[in-house]
Design a protein. Structure first.
Length: 288
């Protein structure tokens, strides 16, 4: 995330191509309203894969601003005023593993990454974007996979769901993705939960909205749980903030976590007198 169009086309694509990678990119929605030169400076999300190992089957785009306009026959003023004004996006790609069936060739999986709204004062917007993202992705996968004897065909697709969620581990967004549901009365809906009229949303199945509860169908586990031996506990370090806001979720029935990256030792930052990032030695404020 936070790769602008110009960087994607002039730096990342040609440089990663030298190492055998291909990629897809989606710029934030405001780029649609700008002249071509200005639009090239708008950031977005990208996914790259090693072309000798994987073949792209299809890709999915999620533009939450556009989703708001078609969420129901009569979208609420709350949705239009608070969520539709944010141009965050997510992108997904379904990849097929190359090789013989004996070596796992032909197996498919989905990777979806996104960038959720940043502002802590708009925690409800983060929840709404997460609800839209999971609902749209499930629908796309359902169409791709086909029915499964009454059970969601999308449940057969392994999914890695990751990105900059701008949400702490105890947030409503992480609760929704980890538990599969969140109450409309959750404090991070800011008392707006019942006013978003989820019952009228076309993208949500009747099963997904039940009284105070809004559900999603993915059965996610996540890397970096924050335990003592679980690698990173901080994914974002700036001059005035440090914490975990980036996550890697995966469908627990398809993947088994074998390991995760360790945290850069805090002693190293002290020794190098690094108060925040980006820095010459750490070019992003988000750690890979």
């Amino acid at each position: 995330q936070e790769i602008d169009t110009d960087q994607f086309e002039t730096v990342f694509v040609p440089e990663l191509a030298k190492a055998g990678y291909e990629g897809v990119f989606l710029a934030k929605s405001r780029s649609r309203t700008m002249d071509p030169a200005s639009a090239r400076k708008v950031d977005g999300c990208a996914i790259f894969w090693l072309s000798e190992k994987f073949t792209k089957v299809t890709e999915f785009h999620h533009e939450f601003m556009l989703s708001c306009s078609s969420v129901s026959e009569h979208p609420s003023a709350l949705l239009l005023n608070r969520v539709m004004t944010r141009d965050n996006v997510a992108i997904g790609v379904v990849l097929s593993i190359k090789g013989s069936p004996e070596a796992g060739g032909g197996r498919r999986f989905c990777v979806s990454t996104g960038h959720i709204h940043w502002d802590p004062e708009h925690s409800d917007v983060k929840l709404i974007q997460s609800i839209m993202w999971t609902a749209e992705l499930w629908s796309h996968l359902e169409k791709l996979c086909g029915p499964d004897e009454g059970k969601g065909g999308a449940s057969r697709m392994p999914v890695v769901f990751c990105g900059d969620f701008n949400s702490l581990p105890n947030s409503g967004v992480v609760e929704f993705l980890s538990r599969g549901c969140v109450p409309k009365s959750h404090v991070e809906f800011l008392n707006y939960g019942f006013n978003y009229q989820f019952e009228d949303w076309k993208m949500l199945e009747k099963w997904a909205v039940d009284g105070d509860i809004v559900r999603q169908r993915f059965n996610f586990d996540r890397a970096y749980q924050g335990g003592g031996a679980d690698g990173m506990k901080i994914t974002n370090l700036t001059y005035d903030f440090k914490g975990m806001i980036d996550y890697v979720f995966f469908t627990r029935q398809h993947f088994r976590l074998l390991g995760s990256l360790d945290q850069i030792p805090e002693s190293w930052f002290l020794e190098e007198r690094i108060l925040g990032c980006p820095h010459i030695h750490v070019p992003s404020d988000h750690f890979p």
